[in-house]
Design a protein around this ligand. Structure first.
Ligand SMILES: NC(=O)c1ccc[n+]([C@@H]2O[C@H](COP(=O)([O-])OP(=O)(O)OC[C@H]3O[C@@H](n4cnc5c(N)ncnc54)[C@H](O)[C@@H]3O)[C@@H](O)[C@H]2O)c1
Length: 275
């Protein structure tokens, strides 16, 4: 189907690669126009080219999510180009693996700046634009049929502690609370806010880790489904949360972790599997 100016518009931070890109590509396939906001211009432009090669419409905006002016610029370019915004996925993130006693203040702040401040700035800017759209509409019923959905990519580490990724885990715990608090704040406007908590998903940043046989075996031993996740499996949840099918879901985090959070510990059962 040809793209039209009525098609929903999705802004995806960290959309140049990995889970963010999988979401952008899925949204485009589902008929949305997409804005990829990322610090990596080369990958971002390549991502847009790939989407357009498959008949989608995509715009790249260079952006460091920790910078208020960059986020402001993303919104200005989105509205200039597409006239509105209907969906946001905040996927941009950083980590700083370190033993707890060795984490320095700078690394801790750097993780918080991207993962938490960046999610807050992007979420608030998109929500402000959405409220402006809702207040400006002359056709409230038609506007209410649009998705108005914000999605934060969190992690199992929002609830699962990590001694070696402490800043990351703390930031994702806060992202879950950001999503829940924003859900309540924006519910009167009919704007839904949710999070997705992936387990281990094969993306560019994770591939080097899981290509090590010992690390991979360790990850799989904590993954009841017995395999690493695929970014498209996270994008499928984002597509659902962005759709009207999820119209009564707000303030939730949906975990896609191959069963990791359900697993307390493993002992051999008589049947030979984990109990
Ligand atoms: N892959 C996993 O196993 C996994 C597990 C749990 C949570 N997550 C979460 O999923 C999201 C995506 O992870 P991924 O594995 O695809 O990561 P990735 O490193 O492959 O991609 C992250 C993207 O964010 C961009 N980015 C980084 N800092 C930025 C900044 N300051 N401003 C704008 N863009 C920036 C990068 O350029 C990159 O395009 C992250 O929020 C991550 O914490 C991933």
């Amino acid at each position: 189907m040809p793209i039209t100016s009525a098609d929903p518009v999705a802004v995806v931070t960290g959309g140049a690669r990995g889970i963010g890109f999988a979401c952008a590509r899925r949204f485009a396939r589902d008929g949305m126009r997409v804005v990829i906001a990322d610090i990596d211009e080369t990958s971002g432009l390549a991502a847009c080219e790939e989407i357009e090669a498959h008949g989608g419409e995509a715009l790249f905006v260079h952006c460091d999510v920790g910078e208020r002016f960059d986020i402001h610029n993303v919104m200005a370019e989105t509205v200039d180009t597409f006239g509105r915004v209907d969906v946001m996925v905040a996927a941009a993130a950083a980590g700083a693996p370190s033993a707890f006693l060795d984490i320095d203040e700078k690394s801790f702040d750097a993780v918080m700046r991207v993962n938490l401040r960046g999610a807050f700035l992007a979420g608030q800017a998109v929500a402000r634009q959405m409220v402006r759209q809702l207040q400006a509409t002359t056709s409230r019923d038609a506007e209410r049929e649009r998705p108005y959905s914000l999605i934060f990519i969190s992690s199992v580490n929002a609830v699962m502690a990590s001694a070696t990724e402490l800043a990351f885990a703390v930031s994702k715990g806060a992202v879950n609370q950001l999503a829940k608090s924003m859900a309540i704040a924006l519910a009167p406007h009919g704007i839904r806010v949710n999070a997705i908590g992936p387990g281990t998903v094969s993306t560019e940043s994770v591939k080097p880790l899981i290509s090590d046989a010992k690390t991979r075996a360790n990850v799989l031993s904590r993954t009841p489904l017995g395999r690493i996740g695929d970014a498209n499996e996270i994008a499928a949840i984002a597509a659902f949360l962005a759709s009207r099918e999820a119209s009564y879901i707000t303030g939730q985090c949906i975990y896609a972790d191959g069963g990791r959070l359900a697993l307390n510990y493993t002992v051999e059962t008589l049947a030979g599997g984990p109990a």
